[in-house]
Design a binder for this molecule. Structure first.
Ligand code: AMP
Length: 413
C-alpha cells in the first residue's frame, strides 16, 4: 500500500516524499489506518522499524484537520519518551514530517535549565515531546494546560517502566482529558505494559511486528572469547581492520566508559563517550559528532541502546556483555537499520559464558565464535607499574555482583 492510500494531508505526503520514503514499513502499514480511524492503539515493534512515523504522521494529520476547523489552539498532543536523546529525535522527526505545516513543537527534558522550555511553552505550542520527570515538575507548578489535548503517545513504554517512571506517567495522565486518543508503542509486551494499556487505553487495537526476541535479520553477529584484561587490546586491533568506520561500543558502567575512552584517545582513536553523568550539551555533541562521522567510535552505556537512530553504524561492539538479554537485542538494533547490513560483536570473558548461554536461549540461535588472527589471546595480565595502586579487583567484583543481582537499576533520564 503506498502512503497516498492512507488519506493523509497533501502537505504531509509532500514531506514524506522529501524524506525519500517509497512505501510504508510494516508497522506503518498496520498502524496508520487504525490511528486514522481514531482508535487507541498498542503497537509492539522493535526500534528501527519506522515506528516514529507510524504515530507522528496520523498525529500531524489530526492537527491539520483541527487547524482547518479553527481549533488548532493550545497543546493538542503529548508524546512521552524515556530518554532525552529519544525526545530530541522525535521532535526532529515531527519537524521533518511537519515542515509544510504551521505546527509548533517543544521538547521538555531534564538536565538543562527550565527557563527556555517554559518560554517556548508560553509562546504557544501544539505538540510537546517530554521525558516524564521534568514534565511532572512543570505540571506541579501549573505551567501547562492540557485541556485542549487530543492525542497522547507513550513511546518505548516498556523502557519507561523499566526506568521506574510508572508513577510519573500515572500522575501525568491523571491531568489529561479523558476523551483523547492514546497510542502506546513498546518493543515488548510484558505484563506491566499490558497493565498500563488496560488503565490508559480505551478498546485499543493491537498490531505486532516481528517477534520480540529476534534481532534484526540485517545484523551479522559473532562472539570473541577474550579474557577481560585483553579486551582493550582486542578492540584496538579490531578498530584497525577494514570496515570499522562507525563503531558504537557498549559498556556496563559509566566509569568503564571513561576508562575505555581515555585508553582509545591515547591510542589516537577519534572517540567520544556518552553516559548519564555527562551534561546535556556533551551528550548531544557526542551523538552529533558520531552521526556526522567526525569520530570513529562512540563509547556508551545503555542509555543509547534504545530508540536512537544513527545512520550507517558499521559495528556495535558489546565490550561488556549485557546482563539482560533484551538489552542485547536493543543494543545491536543500533546497526543494520533501514535494511543496511550491520555487524554486532560481543566480547565474552570466561566468567560471562553463562550470560551468553542465557542470551542464546532467548534469541533462539547460537552465535558463531571468531578469533582474530595474529592476536595473542594468552598475553599475561600486565604487572602494575611502580607506584600504581593495586588493581581494584574487589571493587569490580562487588560491582559486578550488584549488577547481576539487580540488572535493572533505575537509569536516569
Ligand atoms: P524509527 O524506528 O522510527 O526510529 O525509524 C528508523 C529509521 O527508518 C529512521 O531513519 C527513519 O527515517 C526511517 N524510516 C521510517 N519510515 C520509513 C519508510 N517508510 N521508508 C524508509 N525509511 C523509513
Amino acid at each position: 500500500m503506498p502512503f497516498s492510500k492512507f488519506g493523509l494531508e497533501a502537505d504531509i505526503l509532500r514531506a514524506i516524499q522529501h524524506a525519500g520514503y517509497l512505501r510504508p514499513t510494516p508497522v506503518q502499514a498496520a498502524a496508520i489506518p487504525k490511528v486514522m480511524q481514531g482508535h487507541d492503539l498498542i503497537a509492539i515493534a522493535q526500534t528501527g522499524t519506522g515506528k516514529t512515523a507510524a504515530f507522528v504522521l496520523p498525529m500531524l494529520h489530526r492537527l491539520c484537520l483541527a487547524q482547518r476547523q479553527g481549533q488548532l489552539r493550545g497543546i493538542k498532543a503529548l508524546i512521552l519518551a524515556p530518554t532525552r536523546e529519544l525526545a530530541v529525535q522525535i521532535v526532529a522527526n515531527i519537524r521533518d514530517y511537519g515542515q509544510h505545516l504551521p505546527i509548533r513543537t517543544a521538547v521538555i527534558h531534564g538536565g538543562v535549565e527550565e527557563d527556555a522550555q517554559i518560554k517556548a511553552i508560553r509562546k504557544g505550542v501544539h505538540v510537546i515531546v517530554a521525558t516524564p520527570g521534568r514534565l511532572l515538575d512543570l505540571l506541579g507548578r501549573q505551567k501547562l494546560d492540557f485541556q485542549p489535548l487530543d492525542v497522547l503517545v507513550l513511546d518505548e513504554a516498556d523502557r519507561m517502566l523499566d526506568m521506574g517512571f510508572v508513577h510519573d506517567i500515572e500522575a501525568i495522565v491523571a491531568t489529561l482529558p479523558k476523551r483523547r486518543q492514546t497510542l502506546m508503542f513498546s518493543a515488548t509486551f510484558s505484563k506491566d505494559v499490558e497493565s498500563l494499556a488496560r488503565r490508559f487505553l480505551y478498546q485499543p487495537k493491537m498490531v505486532q511486528i516481528g517477534k520480540r526476541s529476534n534481532p534484526a535479520d540485517t545484523v551479522s553477529q559473532c562472539v570473541y572469547e577474550v579474557p577481560t584484561h585483553l579486551k582493550n587490546a582486542l578492540l584496538l586491533e579490531l578498530l584497525g581492520q577494514p570496515g570499522f568506520a562507525k563503531v558504537l561500543v557498549f559498556v556496563r558502567m559509566k566509569d568503564g566508559a571513561d576508562r575505555l575512552t581515555n585508553f582509545l584517545r591515547l591510542a589516537q582513536i577519534k572517540v567520544a563517550k556518552l553516559h548519564s553523568s555527562r551534561s546535556q550539551d556533551q551528550r548531544l555533541q557526542a551523538l552529533q559528532d558520531f552521526k556526522d562521522g567526525k569520530i570513529q567510535v562512540l563509547v556508551a552505556t545503555d542509555i543509547v541502546a534504545r530508540g536512537i537512530d544513527i545512520d550507517a553504524v558499521s559495528h556495535v561492539v558489546n565490550f561488556d556483555f549485557p546482563v539482560n538479554p533484551e538489552d542485547y537485542v536493543h543494543r545491536i538494533g543500533r546497526t543494520g537499520r533501514a535494511a543496511a547490513q550491520g555487524n554486532a560483536i560481543s566480547f565474552v570473558p570466561k566468567q560471562d559464558l553463562n550470560l551468553l548461554d542465557r542470551l542464546e536461549l532467548f534469541i533462539g540461535q547460537r552465535l558463531p565464535h571468531k578469533r582474530l588472527r595474529g592476536f595473542d589471546y594468552q598475553a599475561p595480565v600486565p604487572a602494575p607499574t611502580p607506584g600504581e595502586k593495586s588493581p581494584r579487583r574487589d571493587w569490580r567484583k562487588r560491582t559486578r555482583e550488584m549488577e547481576l543481582r539487580n540488572p535493572r537499576r533505575r537509569a536516569d533520564e
